[in-house]
Design a protein around this ligand. Structure first.
Ligand code: NAP
Length: 255
C-alpha cells in the first residue's frame, strides 16, 4: 500500500470483526497508527492487532461496550493514554464510527429494549463518540460513519436498524456543516450486502443469495475490503474535497 497515512492516527469502532476489521487493516497498511474497539470479541481484536503488526503496521485494541454511554468517556481516556505514549500527543486524525449490532425482527416483534439497544449502538454512540473526539480531532481531519443502503431503502424485516442508519446519514450532514470551518470532512459509507457475520444466516439460504446477486449490478456479495477501499479514499488526502456525502458501496444494489 501507499503509506499515504504515515504519521496519522485513527480510531475504528467495532474493529474486531467484519467491515471494521478490514478498515483497520487497510488504514494501518496505509501507514496510520490504528486504535480499534471491541466489545465481545477480545480474541478477535487481539488477532486483528497481531495481523497488522505482522505486516509492519501499528495498532492496539481498547474495550468499549457502546450500548453503555459511560463507556465513551472511558474509551477516550484510554485512547489518550495510548496515543500520548506512542505518539507524544492525543491528536486523532481519522475517526471511523463503524460498530454495529444486527437486529432482525419486524414491527410486530419489536420491544422498547431492542429499540434502545439498536439506537444506542448505531445512533447514540456515534454522536457521543464525535462529541468526545472533538477536542482531540485534528483540523483537516476525517470522520467516516458506516451507514447502510437500508437508510434510504428500509427493509421491513429490520425497521429499527433501518431507522438508526437514517439517523447516521442525517448526523453526517449536520456534522459536515459544523466541522467544515475546521477543515474536517464528514462522510458516510453505505455498504450493500457485505460478507460478514451480520448476514451469515442469510448467506446460508441459497435462494436469498441468488436473489441478492441478481439484484446487484456487479452480481456478487460485497467483500469487507470493498468497503475498506472507499473508507481509505475518504481518509486520504485524495478525499479532501468530499464532505457531507453518503457514498453507497453496494456493487449497484436494487438500481
Ligand atoms: N455486513 C453488511 O452487509 C452491512 C451492510 C450495511 C451496513 N453494515 C454496517 O457495517 C458495520 C459493521 O458491520 P459488520 O457487517 O462488519 O458486522 P459484524 O461482522 O457483526 O461486526 C460488528 C462489529 O461491531 C461491534 N459491536 C457490536 N455490538 C457492539 C457494542 N454493543 N459495543 C461495541 N461494539 C459492538 C462488534 O464487536 P464485538 O464482536 O467485539 O462485540 C464488531 O466489531 C455496522 O455498522 C453495520 O450496520 C453492514
Amino acid at each position: 500500500m501507499s503509506q499515504s497515512l504515515k504519521g496519522k492516527t485513527a480510531l475504528v469502532t467495532g474493529g474486531s470483526r467484519g467491515i471494521g476489521r478490514a478498515i483497520a487493516e487497510r488504514l494501518a497498511a496505509d501507514g496510520a497508527t490504528v486504535a480499534i474497539t471491541y466489545n465481545a470479541s477480545s480474541a478477535g481484536a487481539e488477532e486483528v492487532v497481531a495481523t497488522i503488526e505482522k505486516t509492519g503496521g501499528t495498532a492496539f485494541a481498547l474495550h468499549a461496550d457502546l450500548v453503555d454511554a459511560a463507556a465513551i468517556p472511558a474509551l477516550f481516556d484510554a485512547l489518550d493514554r495510548e496515543f500520548n505514549t506512542r505518539k507524544g500527543s492525543k491528536a486523532l486524525d481519522i475517526l471511523v464510527n463503524n460498530a454495529g449490532n444486527s437486529g432482525w425482527g419486524g414491527l410486530a416483534d419489536a420491544t422498547p429494549d431492542a429499540w434502545n439497544t439498536m439506537f444506542a449502538v448505531h445512533a447514540r454512540a456515534p454522536f457521543f463518540v464525535v462529541q468526545s473526539a472533538l477536542s482531540r480531532l485534528s483540523d483537516g481531519g476525517r470522520i467516516i460513519n458506516t451507514s447502510s443502503g437500508l437508510a434510504t431503502r428500509p427493509l421491513p424485516a429490520v425497521p429499527i436498524y433501518s431507522m438508526a442508519k437514517a439517523a447516521i446519514n442525517n448526523l453526517t450532514h449536520a456534522l459536515a456543516m459544523e466541522l467544515g470551518p475546521r477543515g474536517i470532512t464528514v462522510n458516510a459509507v453505505a455498504p450493500g450486502w457485505t460478507r460478514t457475520d451480520m448476514n451469515a444466516a442469510v448467506r446460508e439460504n441459497a435462494d436469498m443469495v441468488k436473489a441478492i446477486e441478481a439484484d446487484t449490478a456487479l452480481g456478487r456479495f460485497g467483500e469487507t475490503s470493498d468497503i475498506a477501499a472507499v473508507v481509505a479514499f475518504l481518509a486520504s488526502e485524495e478525499g479532501r474535497w468530499v464532505t457531507a456525502q453518503v457514498i453507497e458501496a453496494s456493487g449497484g444494489y436494487k438500481l
